[in-house]
Structure formats: C-alpha cells, structure tokens
Write a protein that binds this ligand. Structure first.
Ligand code: ASP
Length: 339
C-alpha cells in the first residue's frame, strides 16, 4: 500500500473560533482528523507530521521553508507523496520557495488549505484535503502523475510557482493566469498531462540555504528620487522591481542612473510586471530598453511570489551577481516562459 505524508503547518483549515474572543486560532491535527472520518477509507496509508508550532501562514518565514524542505528530504524515500496543510495567505510563497529548493523532484508535493475551518458546516476543507491526497497518491505506470510542487484548491491543481492568492473571500482563492492548470477535479480527476513537468533526473537535490536580503521596488507615477534611493541603497543583495505593463519604467535620467549605480555595486535587480497576465519584454518600448542596457534582469512572466523566492534561493547558492542574473532569467522549475 502506498504511503502519503501529511505535513501540518497551520492555516484556517485547522482553526477554531475562540469561544470568548471569537478570533480564529489554530488547533492540533487530531482535532482535524476527528472531522474527516473519510481519511480511514483511503486506499493509502497516511502518516502525519505536525509542526510544533501551528501557525497562521502570515507568520511563515524562510527558516520554516528550510525545515519543510528538510522534512521532505528525510521522508522522501519512505513515502509516495506529500500533502502540506498550510494557510492560504502565503501558500504561493511557500510553494514557490519549495519548488526552487527541491531540484529533480520526482514525487508530488501538494499544498492545500481552506477558506473555512474544517469544522465549519459549509467548509471547503474536506474536498481540498481529500483530493490533494488523491493527487499526491496518483500514479501511472508506477510513476507519480504530478512530480511537482503544486497547490490544490477549489477543484483546481496549480503549479505552485505560477500561482498567487487573489481572493480572500471566495473558495476560488488562487489563480495562475500565465500557466494552465495541471488538473481539474469534478466527476473525474483530469490531469493535463502535457502541462505537467517531469524531472530530468531521478535524484533529489535539496537546497536549504535561502538569503532573505531582498527588497521590493514597486513603481508608481511620481515616485521620488529619495524613495528610490532609500530602497536601492538599502543593505540587500537583490531587488525585485515591479514595473508597468511589459516591464516599463520612467526614462528619467536620475532613475536610470540610480539603478545603474546599484547594479555596478553588485546588486541584482529583477524586472517583473505589475500586470498579473502577460510578460516583461525588455526593449519592446523605449521605456524598457535602457533597463536591458544597464543589466536589469528580465523576469518574463514570473509571479511576484516566484520572483522573491527565486531571488532568495539564488542568492543563497551563488555569490556572483552576473550568475544570479543569468539564472533569474533561466527557466529553472517551470516558473517562467521565455518569450
Ligand atoms: N490567515 C489564514 C492563513 O493564511 C488564511 C487561510 O488559511 O486561508 O493562515
């Protein structure tokens, strides 16, 4: 019988309303299990690892990502797949980070959670949990059907590093506009076989080192030299710059000069768009050509979540900023499409 490891980190799925304060707080995994007797009927064995501290995912951080990656590494040979219960607020960040940390992944790592606690009558948690387990356990010719880090939520399976949370009040909380969904569940569970990545080698390599010295420069018309300078001269090695449209910025000389000074001093600047759909095309407009010329990295159609975690991952592996830039622009785990 196959075996699935459920890792419980927290999130609404396992929360209960405090009777006096009415605030939602995490509960332990046994209380979750009590709400899902169906778990007994599955055709796989379930092992559970519950984190000592059960958290709301707003408290998620890179140290916990490293712990998660270590847990997956330690159990990798013993189980067929992983289901990670996680709050939806930062689930796409964790899934993106894990996708970079787990190189040559050949087993499913499926994140899920819910918008309503598992004990609530109208909860979305049960379907999310049961189908996530089914996906983690799905095989064809003895190989995992989805050997990727994914998010399963509201009947859809997303590539983790292509997803983001876009709705805090609907069950349909996630989207992945720049990449097709990997599976859809209805009467049948249908996999989009051609969109699912297969590992190029069968030898998991786990990169646990992340450097979180990353700043974000989000542009808006009228942004002042003082604000830009504060961000660019802060004590970080990487800057994710959220630009307009197809990767465009102001062509004001002061702005280009500040970016160039930062790059010349060894910082890496990555250009991603504020648009949720579409891609950065450096050089398409006059307002992005200067960025390419001074050595800004092209983030193509990466999500913000992927851009930040990929930067942390690469800064944790490499010292040479040119090499970091080259790999930021390379498709490592299906996180970007080079146009
Ligand atoms: N605040 C919760 C969390 O991210 C929301 C959720 O789980 O959906 O932990």
């Amino acid at each position: 019988m196959s075996q699935i490891l459920i890792i419980y980190t927290g999130g609404t799925i396992g929360m209960m309303s405090d009777p006096t304060t009415k605030v939602l707080r995490p509960i332990n995994f046994e209380q979750i299990m009590d709400n899902v007797p169906e778990l007994e009927k599955l055709n796989c064995k379930i092992k559970v690892h519950s984190f000592d501290e059960i958290i709301d995912s707003s408290n998620m951080n890179p140290a916990i990502w490293s712990q998660l990656a270590g847990l997956i590494e330690a159990n990798y040979d013993a189980v067929d797949g992983f289901v990670i219960l996680h709050g939806s607020d930062t689930m796409s960040f964790t899934a993106s980070a894990l996708s970079f940390m787990l190189q040559h992944l050949a087993k499913p790592v499926i994140f899920t959670g819910s918008q309503l606690p598992i004990s609530a009558i109208r909860t979305d948690a049960k379907e999310n949990l049961m189908t996530a387990i089914e996906i983690a356990n799905a095989k064809k010719n003895d190989r995992a059907r989805v050997p990727e880090v994914c998010i399963y939520f509201d009947y859809k399976l997303f590539r983790g590093n292509r997803s983001f949370k876009y709705n805090s009040s609907k069950f349909e909380a996630f989207r992945s506009p720049n990449y097709p969904i990997l599976a859809e569940s209805g009467v049948h569970l249908r996999f989009s076989v051609n969109d699912i990545r297969q590992p190029d080698e069968d030898r998991l390599i786990v990169h646990k080192n992340l450097v979180s010295d990353v700043a974000v420069l989000k542009l808006y018309p009228g942004i002042s030299p003082k604000v830009v300078e504060t961000i660019l001269t802060s004590d970080v090695r990487g800057i994710v710059m959220e630009t307009f449209g197809a990767g465009n910025t102001t062509t004001d000389q002061w702005f280009t000069e500040m970016l160039k000074t930062a790059i010349d001093s060894g910082k890496v600047i990555l250009d991603i768009s504020q648009c949720k759909v579409g891609t950065v095309e450096l050089g398409r407009y006059e307002t992005s050509r200067q960025l390419r010329d001074i050595g800004v990295a092209n983030g193509y159609d990466m999500t913000f979540e992927s851009a930040v975690t990929k930067m942390m991952h690469l800064l944790g592996q490499l010292d040479n900023p040119k090499e970091v830039k080259r790999l930021l622009e390379t498709d490592l785990r299906g996180e970007l499409t080079i146009s």
